[in-house]
Design a protein. Structure first.
Length: 280
């Protein structure tokens, strides 16, 4: 009886140690490796009646840089290089440039200024940018030649077609104004909306003029479990938390973003996204 008890305790002890080692290994992986394991996601999004001039138009999407304290500038440099490697026609950045210190924008912006696209680099703000100081974020980006769209847009001539790019200001802080953002939209222009929080797609899809919405905000939850996804999703990023969706006639892509708030990612790698428009 004593021998059996000793054998049980021995096996139980090994089991506990093994479980602890696995947990420790997972934590080390999530905090030290996956947060830096940048992935290039490639997706083709089909549209009925897409103008031939926009066929194979490429957009590089980046979001949620959250520079400092848990996102390193070296990761963002690699994200810029990855985005440039796909030779995008347009770059979209959809907010949350800073995290704890708004002054980090003056280190971040010169790196982001290295982004290169034929038709330009377009940005909108996120909730963290407003919480820490939107005017300062805009100033930092402007010093590096980067423009922020706050409820406004611009029409771009792409061959014989028109592409309207609109930036909607942050919804969590109540600054969104879709009507103003679309005010200068030419009739029949293919319309791309940049909006930090993806769950506004339910509201935006009712407008009827928007073809594609690009968002971030959720980080994919940063930690994801098989079958159930992530229980760590923010307000306005809970329904459309990562990847591609069709919301009525509107297409939506939500990126997991580049940076982190909490210093961990598990089953949820940081991403740069290459989006290619194709005819359905």
């Amino acid at each position: 009886m004593q021998l059996a008890r000793r054998n049980f305790l021995k096996r139980f002890g090994y089991g506990v140690m093994g479980t602890g080692a696995m947990a420790g290994g997972t934590f080390a992986y999530g905090t030290r490796l996956e947060t830096e394991w940048l992935k290039l996601e490639r997706i083709e999004i089909p549209f009925e009646r897409l103008d031939p001039a926009l066929e194979r138009f490429r957009i590089a999407l980046l979001s949620d840089f959250h520079l400092f304290p848990n996102t390193r500038i070296e990761l963002i440099r690699r994200a810029v290089e990855m985005a440039n490697s796909v030779k995008p026609d347009l770059v979209a950045m959809v907010g949350d440039f800073v995290q704890r210190d708004v002054e980090a924008i003056f280190e971040l912006a010169p790196v982001l200024a290295g982004l290169d696209a034929k038709y330009g680099v377009f940005s909108t703000l996120g909730n963290h940018d407003h919480w820490k100081g939107a005017e300062r974020v805009i100033e930092g980006l402007a010093r590096s030649g980067l423009t922020v769209f706050q409820n406004r847009g611009v029409a771009l001539e792409v061959g014989s077609s028109l592409l309207y790019v609109a930036g909607v200001d942050d919804g969590w802080v109540g600054r969104e104004d879709l009507a103003a953002a679309l005010d200068a939209r030419p009739e029949n222009a293919f319309t791309l909306v940049l909006m930090h929080e993806p769950d506004f797609a339910d509201q935006f899809s009712r407008d009827g003029r928007i073809h594609l919405q690009l968002s971030g905000h959720s980080h994919g939850g940063q930690v994801r479990f098989p079958l159930i996804g992530s229980p760590f999703l923010p307000p306005y990023g809970e329904k459309y938390d990562q990847g591609f969706y069709r919301v009525g006639d509107l297409r939506l892509y939500t990126t997991r973003g580049v940076g982190v708030t909490a210093p961990i990612r598990i089953n949820c790698r940081p991403e740069v996204t290459e989006i290619t428009l194709v005819r359905a």
